[in-house]
Design a protein around this ligand. Structure first.
Ligand code: FAD
Length: 165
């Protein structure tokens, strides 16, 4: 709760959300099943910690790469990224962009995740990604737009499942 003086000072000030986009090399060994098990563990830890820390975002991954968008309060985003960067399940984490944005783009996801499967290939194709992703050649805006469409695809899929049950 802010005091009246504080509220006055905050009038007209837009509280910005800090957004960080990075990519890293996936070092998880094994077949698709082993990878999904690992991903479930990563997403479970992410959802647990991120709901505590006010972090939202999206994680795109395939057998070679992770690309993640983290958004939240600046100190929490930095702390979370520093913890993630030390994780041995990936290597050479490289920040693509950090910026302040007026609002969260993934407000409903303490960490949504989309593995590149044939099911989501159409979304990749809509963004011009027919072949393997090469994150070092991409702009962070391209990643954010892809993640937003993957998020929409996943939400539609879940909605369809709910209607069918
Ligand atoms: P625990 O989950 O209890 O883990 C304890 C320690 O063991 C940690 O150091 C952890 O890194 C390590 N560990 C656990 N399981 C394994 C394993 N199978 N192999 C190797 N080491 C392991 N965390 C977040 O909080 N938010 C995120 O958004 C997030 N995104 C991630 C994205 C990627 C691509 C990766 C690889 C990891 C991500 N993580 C994220 C996990 C993060 O790196 C830490 O593992 C996690 O935050 C630690 O959570 P914890 O303190 O609850 O420890």
């Amino acid at each position: 709760m802010f005091s009246a003086a504080c509220t006055h000072l905050l009038e007209g000030v837009t509280l910005m959300i800090h957004q960080l986009v990075y990519y890293s090399r996936n070092t998880v060994q094994g077949d698709g099943r082993a990878m999904l098990t690992n991903m479930r563990e990563i997403l479970a830890a992410s959802q647990r910690n991120n709901s505590r820390d006010g972090i939202t975002g999206f994680l795109i991954f395939d057998k070679t790469w992770f690309i993640q968008i983290l958004e939240g309060e600046r100190a929490q985003v930095t702390e979370t990224y520093n913890r993630i960067a030390k994780d041995t399940r990936h290597s050479t984490a490289t920040i693509m962009n950090v910026r302040d944005v007026p609002a969260r783009l993934f407000p409903n996801w303490t960490m949504g995740g989309a593995m590149r499967t044939p099911e989501v290939q159409e979304v990749y194709l809509q963004h011009g990604f027919g072949g393997p992703l090469e994150p070092s050649r991409l702009k962070s805006d391209q990643i954010v737009r892809l993640a937003l469409d993957l998020q929409a695809f996943e939400m539609d899929r879940r909605q369809g499942q709910r209607l069918a049950s």
